[in-house]
Design a protein around this ligand. Structure first.
Ligand SMILES: Nc1ncnc2c1ncn2[C@@H]1O[C@H](COP(=O)(O)OP(=O)(O)OP(=O)(O)O)[C@@H](O)[C@H]1O
Ligand SMILES: [Mg+2]
Length: 449
């Protein structure tokens, strides 16, 4: 059965239809619309399938098991983990239909039709143009009342702390409208919060610019689940560390509501007027450009550097700056016990005419949790020599000759001298996590020095 959808985007001149999507059993085809092509908007479906490259030719993506859609659209399909609020929300809503979709891609497609908009980046997906028109014309949501809000937090808290289904889809929909998915293991929501130094948990629907005469800012809201107790404090510490080292990082806010810890991260895929900025993960770009790519294991760190160089021949990316940036992030990840810098934790920001590596996000030291204790989720191919020698060797793929790679790694080692102590001093992190992480760090520093 063929499935149809339309893709739109929001620009300064208003919403515009980008084109039509048809998904068959063997491929997914997207074709740009005439009006979009005539508008000259360079920011199409994805970096490697821009209107400049494809024009009137259909963007045909041959489906493979891990990609039942164009890779760029996979971001709208919520993960299957228990912590995925969106998956549970929409599954419940769909189950109440007279004819619920069957599990699997049928369900995922229906979720895409319900939630494929206002997500990360600039792509909005709808069933048809009528639905799109209604969506863009809908009135702005009123800010939820205090009573609504506290009921909301209570439901979220119960849902993440007990293994219990407290979340009421109607209530969340009423407060936030459709909440798009934003991938990953930590439960999260896209909302707006007051643009003030201190945050006490007030929020409104994503896209709210002003409420009660206060300016609002769009954030990604991460909710600490019990099995990752301490992750909010540790992620904040690592964001701070990146900031001190001169990396570009978003502003963050922390608060705790009834013992539930929250981290709000300012979205960098929205400009100050709330208009979307294209954003696409390395994962999506690699999967679009390479038919053999199915996951993080299908590449290695060295190859990431080479792929960045290659990408700069197709899009306007300063590959020298980008490669150095990514290499420095890898070095710091090794020194902080991150281990989780996979290809969805690295993104490109801006369309093909001005592409850059997105600011740092999700730099949590996941090695503190035994089930995530891997050195690097993107393989590093080991040749002879120590870990240090191997890391420095791959610097060349990032445009850094051995001595320059050494100075990058040494800078990170120097900057993390007191990091283990800062981990030990962190509040709201279980002792066992701290001890785990610092023991790993102590050993790893010997391999890195
Ligand atoms: N500040 C931000 N601005 C725009 N998009 C963001 C921002 N932070 C994260 N994102 C997007 O949201 C997605 C999920 O966020 P994040 O990676 O922080 O959490 P997570 O995926 O749950 O963590 P993990 O990777 O450990 O599972 C990211 O992959 C990225 O696409
Ligand atoms: Mg992530």
């Amino acid at each position: 059965m063929d499935r149809h959808a339309v893709i739109w985007t929001k620009t300064a001149a208003g919403p515009i239809k980008m084109g039509d999507l048809v998904v068959t059993d063997i491929d997914a085809r997207f074709a740009y619309g005439e009006a979009f092509l005539e508008s000259g908007n360079p920011d199409g479906l994805s970096l490697l399938t821009s209107p400049k490259i494809y024009g009137r030719e259909a963007v045909v993506f041959r489906l493979r098991p891990s990609f039942p859609l164009h890779p760029r659209l996979m971001q709208f399909i919520p993960g299957h983990g228990r912590n995925n609020i969106q998956r549970r929300l929409y599954t419940k809503a769909l189950e109440r239909r007279p004819q619920p979709p069957s599990p699997g891609f049928d369900t995922d497609w229906e979720i895409l039709m319900l939630a494929g908009r206002n997500g990360i980046g600039h792509i909005d997906v709808f069933r048809d143009d009528v639905v799109a028109g209604e969506w863009y014309e809908r009135p702005a949501k009123e800010k939820p009342s205090n009573t609504d809000r506290s009921a909301f937090w209570k439901a979220i808290r119960e849902d993440i702390s007990e293994d219990m289904e407290a979340i009421n889809p109607d209530q969340i929909a009423q407060l936030l409208g459709p909440t798009p998915s934003a991938g990953g293991m930590i439960p999260k929501l896209l909302v707006a919060i007051p643009d003030e130094t201190n945050w006490t948990g007030e929020f409104a629907a994503a896209g709210t610019r002003r409420s009660n005469s206060k300016p609002y800012v769009d954030v990604l809201l991460k909710i600490e689940p019990r099995e990752y107790e301490g992750v909010v404090a540790l992620e904040s510490l690592c964001i701070e560390l990146h900031r001190e080292l001169g990396f570009e990082v978003p502003r963050i806010w922390r608060t705790s509501i009834d013992g539930m810890r929250l981290l709000a991260v300012e979205r960098f895929d929205r400009d100050k007027n709330g208009l979307p900025i294209p954003m696409e993960s390395f994962y999506s770009v690699f999967a679009t450009g390479d038919t053999a790519f199915n996951g993080n294991e299908d590449t290695d760190i060295e190859e990431v550097g080479q792929r960045l160089e290659k990408l700069s021949t197709v899009v306007n990316l300063n590959q020298k700056v980008a490669r150095r940036e990514v290499y420095r992030r890898f070095c710091l990840a090794f020194c902080t016990g991150n281990g989780d810098m996979h290809l969805e934790n690295l993104s490109f920001l801006g369309g093909p005419n001005k592409t850059r590596v997105a600011p740092v996000y999700d730099p949590s030291p996941m090695r503190a949790w035994p089930q995530h204790n891997v050195r690097s989720s993107i393989p590093i191919i080991f040749a002879d020599g120590s870990l240090r020698e191997n890391i420095l060797r791959v610097g060349a793929a990032f445009g850094l000759p051995y001595p320059e790679a050494a100075s990058a790694l040494d800078e990170m080692l120097e900057a993390t001298k007191t990091y283990a102590q800062r981990v030990m001093d962190a509040e709201a992190v279980p002792e066992e996590r701290k001890r785990n992480l610092t023991a790993i760090l102590e050993k790893e520093r010997l391999n890195l020095t």
